[in-house]
Design a protein around this ligand. Structure first.
Ligand code: ZN
Ligand code: ZN
Length: 279
């Protein structure tokens, strides 16, 4: 199936592009309520998510009639929230699947919709928005838009900092994303700091044997590999591969590793102080 579009009548009030917010010239011919600035953006939205949600958007974006009994309005609102939550699940899982397949560009519109609908349902400062921000950041890192990725991660970080009871699972994922962004930017020390937090939070929530924990170890090994520290990278890779059989050795390894890392940080700080005092 291909997206159908119709040119907008010139007298209609200005509409905004679904993807970029620019003035729209095109409209989806199926739902007739979604607008685009050009064919490229319509195509991008279609192959990412619009094909799946085109018809679902119609009841969600059509406002309730004004003069209806209170009871009926209440039911209407409940129905609306239920539909919006369904769209959040669908857009989120679609974006996630594209990311798993390495299709970062394709994941972007779906992730954007996951964020938009989450904002509609939960408000702009809810911790429920964090997963969508992380999806968007991951997609941006994948296509090399590091600045945009760091903007999304700052939003997520701001929300997490303002949520005192934020779960370790959410924080672990935030540190993972921050670590991957720093690694992509070549800021390896900062990447190791975030990945160490990621691994600590993941192991305390999901256990040392978990795929979440070994995922963090794997990324950390990659950072050491990039730094040309082959010995430590190799032993980390080895630990990742035998995580399921030797949980105790992993915890010992990480205890040892964290101690080493702290010594390293201390030495760096000490070096800096010496350099500064030399002036
Ligand atoms: Zn556009
Ligand atoms: Zn449509």
């Amino acid at each position: 199936r291909k997206p159908r579009s119709v040119a907008l009548a010139t007298l209609e009030r200005p509409r905004r592009c679904e993807l970029c917010g620019a003035a729209a010239r095109l409209r989806c011919g199926r739902c007739r309520i979604t607008h685009y600035c050009d064919v490229d953006h319509q195509k991008a939205d279609w192959v990412s998510i619009h094909e799946k949600i085109c018809q679902l958007l119609v009841p969600v974006r059509t406002s309730l009639p004004f003069l209806i009994p209170e009871e009926e309005r209440k039911r209407g609102v409940e129905q609306l929230v239920k539909r919006q939550k369904y769209i959040i699940d669908l857009t989120y899982s679609t974006a996630q699947k594209f990311l798993w397949d390495g299709k970062h560009e394709k994941a972007m519109p779906a992730a954007l919709h996951a964020l938009r609908f989450s904002t509609d349902v939960y408000g702009s400062s809810s911790v429920q928005l964090v997963p969508a921000y992380l999806l968007l950041a991951e997609a941006c890192i994948g296509v090399g838009h590091h600045l945009q990725a760091s903007k999304y991660l700052s939003q997520a970080q701001w929300i997490v900092l303002r949520t005192p009871d934020c779960s370790a699972a959410v924080q672990h994922r935030l540190h993972r994303s921050l670590g991957l962004l720093c690694a992509a930017e070549g800021n390896f020390e900062q990447a190791l700091y975030h990945l160490a937090n990621d691994i600590y939070l993941a192991s305390s929530t999901f256990g040392l044997k978990s795929i979440e924990t070994s995922g963090g170890c794997f990324h950390m090994a990659n950072v050491f590999f990039c730094q040309n520290k082959m010995d430590i990278a190799d032993s980390l890779y080895a630990e990742v591969s035998k995580t399921s059989t030797h949980p105790v050795s992993v915890s010992l390894f990480f205890f040892f590793f964290c101690a080493l890392f702290n010594v390293f940080l201390f030495l760096t700080a000490f070096n800096m102080m010496v350099t500064i005092s030399a002036f």
